[in-house]
Design a protein around this ligand. Structure first.
Ligand code: ADP
Ligand code: MG
Length: 311
C-alpha cells in the first residue's frame, strides 16, 4: 500500500503548489468560508491550510488518508455533476506518503478534536486534542523520503510563484470567502469576503480594477465573462471553466492572438458534456469536444468588447 501511494503521489503531487491546490479544494468542499494558508521555504518546509469547515470525525481520520477513500461520492451521478472538487480520494493518501502530514480537526458534534500524524506513509499516532471547529492540515518536509523528486523542485522563490498562482486562482473564484496567505511568517494577503472586482483589485493592485475592460458575451455554444487589463500592469492570466481553475492552450493562444500579452481573468461556461476534466488526475489541463466553438466564442466576445485593441 505504501509503495502504491508513493507512486500515485507522483501523479497528484509534483510540487508544493499541487499540495496547496488539493488542500484548498478540500477546505472548500468542507464548506469552509475562512481559509488560512501558511507557507515556509517555498512550501518545501511547510504547507499548512486551516479552515473553518465541517471537520473530520476522529473515527474517519484514518480513512481520510486511505487511497480511494472519499466522503464525497454518494451516488454515481455525483461523479458526473462534479459538485465538489474532490471525489477520487487520492490526494491525502498521496501527500501523506511523501511528507510528514498532520491533520488536526474537530466537527461540531465533538467536544474535543483529534490529531493524526503520518510520516512518509507510516502511521505514527491518532490522539484527542483541543481544536477549533474545522480542519488544519500541515504538510511538512515534502518529498523528504523521495530524494529523486525533491531534486526536481525549483528554487524556493520559483515554487512560491506557483503557490501564489494557485492561491490567486481560488481567491478569485471564491471572493465570497475569507482567504489569508502567510509566507515565511509574514502576512502577504488578508482578503475579506468581497465582490469579484474588489477581490481582483486587492490581489493585483488597487488600480487594476479600474483599468479593466469587461468581457461579457454568450452565444449558442457557451458563455464568457471576465476582465482584461488594458494598461498592461499585470500580465498574469487566470482561466476558469465551469467554475474550475484550468490551464488551456487553446484559450490562452486564442486570446494572445487577439490582444497580445495582457493580463486577464476569464470565466467560461459550457455544457458539462463539452468539457473533459480527466485528461490527467487533479491536473488543471482540460480538453474541449469542439475547439472551434471555443475559439469562435472568444473571438466574437473580444470583437464586441475590445475594439480599442484592434490592430
Ligand atoms: P477527495 O477530496 O477526493 O475526497 P482527499 O484525499 O482529498 O479525497 O480527501 C479525503 C477525505 O478526507 C475527503 O473525502 C474528506 O472526507 C476528508 N477531508 C479532507 N480534507 C478535509 C477538510 N479540510 N475538511 C473536512 N474533511 C476533509
Ligand atoms: Mg480532495
Amino acid at each position: 500500500d505504501e509503495v502504491i501511494n508513493k507512486i500515485a503521489a507522483g501523479e497528484v503531487v509534483e510540487r508544493p503548489a499541487n499540495v496547496l491546490k488539493e488542500l484548498i479544494e478540500n477546505s472548500i468542499d468542507a464548506n469552509a468560508n475562512k481559509i488560512e494558508i501558511f507557507i515556509e521555504k517555498g512550501g518545501k518546509k511547510l504547507i499548512s491550510v486551516k479552515d473553518n469547515g465541517e471537520g473530520i470525525f476522529q473515527e474517519d481520520m484514518i480513512n481520510a488518508v486511505k487511497r480511494h477513500f472519499s466522503s464525497k461520492i454518494e451516488k454515481e451521478e455525483d461523479l458526473y455533476s462534479l459538485k465538489s472538487y474532490g471525489f477520487r480520494g487520492e490526494a491525502l493518501a498521496s501527500i501523506s506518503s511523501v511528507s510528514k502530514l498532520r491533520i488536526t480537526s474537530r466537527t461540531i458534534q465533538q467536544p474535543v478534536g483529534s490529531q493524526l500524524y503520518i510520516e512518509g506513509g507510516k502511521f505514527k499516532y491518532l490522539n484527542q486534542t483541543a481544536s477549533p471547529l474545522g480542519t488544519k492540515i500541515d504538510v511538512e518536509d515534502l518529498f523528504f523520503n523521495t530524494p529523486a523528486r525533491l531534486k526536481f523542485l525549483k528554487s524556493d522563490n520559483t515554487e512560491l510563484q506557483h503557490i501564489i498562482n494557485i492561491f490567486s486562482y481560488y481567491a478569485i473564484l471564491h471572493s465570497d470567502k475569507y482567504f489569508r496567505l502567510v509566507i515565511d511568517k509574514k502576512e502577504v494577503y488578508n482578503l475579506y469576503p468581497s465582490t469579484l472586482e474588489d477581490r481582483i483589485g486587492l490581489l493585483f493592485s488597487s488600480n487594476f480594477a479600474k483599468d479593466l475592460v469587461v468581457i461579457d458575451y454568450e452565444n449558442e455554444k457557451g458563455k464568457i465573462y471576465g476582465f482584461v487589463d488594458i494598461n498592461l500592469k499585470n500580465k498574469k492570466n487566470f482561466i476558469f471553466v465551469n467554475k474550475r481553475p484550468v490551464k488551456n492552450q487553446l484559450i490562452s493562444k486564442t486570446v494572445k492572438n487577439l490582444i497580445g500579452e495582457k493580463g486577464y481573468i476569464l470565466f467560461f461556461e459550457f455544457p458539462s458534456f463539452f468539457v473533459d476534466y480527466n485528461v490527467h488526475p487533479s491536473k488543471m489541463e482540460i480538453k474541449f469536444s469542439d475547439d472551434t466553438a471555443v475559439s469562435n466564442l472568444i473571438k466574437e466576445a473580444f470583437s464586441i468588447s475590445l475594439n480599442p485593441f484592434k490592430k
